[in-house]
Design a protein around this ligand. Sequence first.
Ligand code: ZN
Length: 129
Amino acid sequence: MSDQEFIDQQKQKLEQEKIKLQDSLSSFAQKDPNLKGDWDTKYPNMGAGDSRETGDEALEIEADESESYAATLPVEFELELKLQQVNRALEQIKNNSYGICNVCKKEIPRERLEVIPETNICLECKEKQ
Ligand SMILES: [Zn+2]
């Protein structure tokens, strides 16, 4: 396979991954219209409205809501991070700098890129981190 064919194949994978990640993120997050590439988890409507008047019961519901909000944060963060890496890799393809290790500046082996198309570090450098 030529370099160009390989890059095209990686680009296709990355674009599919990007769509998948954006789908997952949009299932529990809204794209922030002001910030490109940033996602906000839908924050539960804490205690707004009439429910406040019912006292203890409402307080309990509020506590549950903030707990589930906290639980989605690490997932959101992980997806967001991966999306950033995918976007960065797509940028690198555009700039013809795809597949170069960010640390040692050597070419990352194809076998590694095939498994993790969005990576920008070779295995040796990653293990040294
Ligand atoms: Zn390296």
